[in-house]
Design a protein around this ligand. Sequence first.
Ligand code: SAH
Length: 196
Amino acid sequence: SDIGSQKDRVVTEEEWLQKWEMGNIGFHKEQGHPLLQKYLDVLLNGRSGLRIFFPLCGKAVEMKWLADLGHSIVGVEVSEQAVKEFFSDHSLPYCEEPVAEISGAKMFQSTSGNISLYCCSIYDLSSSIIGKFDGVWDRGALVAVNPCDRQRYASLMTSLVEKNSSYLLVTVSYDSNKHKGPPFYVPESEIKSLFG
Ligand code: SAH
């Protein structure tokens, strides 16, 4: 049946918060993503001590993996529940503080200092607040962004990366007439036009 075109679909922040409250988090991968392991060398490119950004991070366990490898992790997530679950799932002590530049936003940081998770909308962030990154792990992020916000998202992400950065992007390929998303289907041609 016709479920309408994905380009008009909007998932509100409130709906995301509800997914977390209800435990509707089928996207969360407890064992981490096999593609990050497969392409870790591409992300790191022989470098150590990188700043790595996780847009729309949820409680992705890959943040812990990369932190344990000596990298410094910054994530952003609207759900405070998700952020707190990340730290409690890994028994990591943390502190929280307001973010001066963004009203209502909080930053949760591991006591060891190497994982900082911003609880706010990604669209509230800029490089003047969080700096620039050497690497990005974009899984469940571009594909979770509302189709009408893709251009804004891609421009923001482009502004957050250093010249010599690596950006790993995971997408899903399927018939977009059969599933309303998220994850949304983002064709490769669109990825090329978004990121250049
Ligand atoms: N990347 C994670 C989570 C994917 S699901 C993983 O791989 O498991 C998408 C996540 O983005 C959800 O946790 C949702 O709460 C969050 N989210 C949705 N819109 C957001 C926004 N505008 N800013 C920050 N986080 C957002």
